[in-house]
Design a protein around this ligand. Structure first.
Ligand SMILES: Cc1cc2nc3c(=O)[nH]c(=O)nc-3n(C[C@H](O)[C@H](O)[C@H](O)COP(=O)(O)OP(=O)(O)OC[C@H]3O[C@@H](n4cnc5c(N)ncnc54)[C@H](O)[C@@H]3O)c2cc1C
Length: 422
């Protein structure tokens, strides 16, 4: 006899999950609770505040950072100690939940410890002491080097041209390194950070370019309390308002060789690894943002009635919800596959992390747009949660590299038989 089909299919906590190991399932339910009870209320508050108020002492942002630390939930140092296969499993699950809570706070939670982590990697007693528990930030882009800073290998530099040095450079002077210039105003966490991880062109004594016209690079840690460092006010912007950004200015800031993270080709590798990590963070968090859009739309179409019945009873609405479901599942599946590749034997991978980032952020943008339309006019007002998701997703299309140029970077890497994937 043929067994009857079960009436209610058993779905996992994030849809079509075949099986999740117990430790990952525990982390998932803990982070989902944290996202719902802590992140969403704080993010809603921060979203309504001015950029200045978000970073002011006493703002909910600081309480939030203390709370993440207390829970130990998004501990980057602990995460990267896991065997790669476990990182590949844990990272997307954790970040999806945190992204579902709020994209900006999710990013902040995970990069919070990046300075401490790098100081320990350099094994510099002075840096470890000075960085303490302070927030770190990645300084790559400059006013004149946006996409060019992300495309640090110059894959899209116009034929015959060479990459520009930009507005922020480093010079070796004796045993020290001197930093001069300014970052772009888009450095995430800058207004509240106490240490920067800087990637810039460096003159090691023979100019900024090598004999083949390639730019000499350096990775450097710069404590932001050094004399000569100052910051711009935080930037007002459309989305991810819980993740403050600002510019950092360097006026002949002198740091010792002990603070060098990497030089030359190693600095390119280091930057590529950081960029790849950043993209996996954005990708996995924006699967969560897409899921939030789906969840809100699904709930709303059950609550709101038009034509005499809840919206969900109309066949065209069901078809639209299915399109959302399909897009979300496809995004999650692709991201987990690309992240597994990134953490696998061929990683860290620019191709894997870019593929994940571009797909997840485009999906999240499309999902938020459709959620807004399903909310009708209500979707347009901050009284309802979906317009924030669209604003957050809009920023994600540009964050860590605008998606079009990231895509053409991947094609350049695929097309080159000697392709350097990180
Ligand atoms: C939310 C957010 C967070 C960020 N956080 C950080 C951070 O923590 N640290 C940091 O250093 N930076 C950060 N950035 C900066 C971000 O990396 C840059 O904004 C991004 O790389 C694009 O640079 P740009 O804005 O200068 O645009 P541009 O480089 O001026 O690009 C403008 C347009 O031209 C296109 N374009 C550019 N070059 C080419 C080319 N060669 N071929 C074809 N098309 C091209 C681009 O695709 C884009 O559509 C952040 C940005 C955002 C929005």
């Amino acid at each position: 006899m043929i067994e009857p089909m079960p009436r209610h299919p058993k779905l996992g906590p994030t849809g079509l999950d075949a099986q999740v190991p117990t430790e990952v399932a525990d982390l998932q339910s803990q982070s989902r609770k944290f996202a719902r009870e802590v992140m969403r209320p704080v993010a809603a508050e921060l979203d309504k505040m001015s950029a200045d108020d978000v970073v002011r002492p006493g703002s909910p942002l600081h309480d939030f950072l203390a709370e993440v630390k207390r829970t130990g939930l998004a501990d980057l140092g602990a995460l990267v100690q896991l065997p790669p296969a476990e990182q590949a499993l844990t990272m997307p699950v954790l970040m999806e939940e945190l992204g579902w809570g709020d994209a900006g706070l999710a990013t902040l939670s995970i990069v919070r410890d990046v300075a401490k982590f790098t100081a320990f990697r350099l094994n510099s007693a002075e840096l470890i002491e000075r960085v303490g528990d302070g927030l770190g930030c990645f300084i790559s882009t400059q006013p004149d080097r946006g996409s060019d800073a992300i495309d640090h290998l110059g894959l899209e530099t116009y034929p015959g041209m060479r990459p520009t040095v930009g507005n922020l450079t480093v010079r070796r002077e004796g045993a020290d390194y001197v930093v001069q210039g300014q970052s772009s105003p888009w450095i995430s966490g800058a207004p509240v950070a106490s240490c920067g991880i800087l990637q810039a062109a460096c003159d090691f004594g023979a100019g900024f370019y090598d004999h083949e016209g390639r730019m000499n690079y350096i990775g450097l840690m710069v404590p932001l309390d050094e004399p000569g460092v100052s910051k711009s006010p935080p930037l007002a912007k459309i989305g991810q308002r819980s993740l403050p950004q600002g510019a950092i200015y360097f006026d002949s800031v002198r740091v010792p060789a002990e603070f060098v993270v990497a030089e030359g080709i190693d600095a390119h590798r280091d930057l590529a690894t950081n960029l790849a990590l950043a993209k996996t963070i954005v990708a996995t968090a924006f699967v969560g943002v897409g899921r939030a859009a789906f969840d809100y739309a699904f709930a709303y179409t059950h609550e709101r009635s038009q034509g005499g019945v809840p919206l969900i009873r109309h066949q065209s609405v069901r078809a639209r919800i299915f399109q959302m479901w399909n897009r979300l599942e496809a995004s999650r599946a692709l991201v987990r596959r690309a992240v597994a590749y990134h953490y696998g034997p061929y990683g860290p991978s620019a191709i894997g992390s870019i593929t994940a980032k571009v797909h997840a952020t485009e999906a999240s943008f499309a999902l938020s747009q459709e959620a807004m339309r399903l909310f009708g006019a209500n979707g347009l007002t901050p009284e309802y949660p979906v317009e924030k998701l669209l604003r957050d997703s809009q920023s994600s299309l540009i964050e860590d590299g605008e998606n079009t140029i990231l895509g053409i970077n991947v094609v350049a890497m695929l097309a080159r038989p000697d392709s350097v994937d990180v």
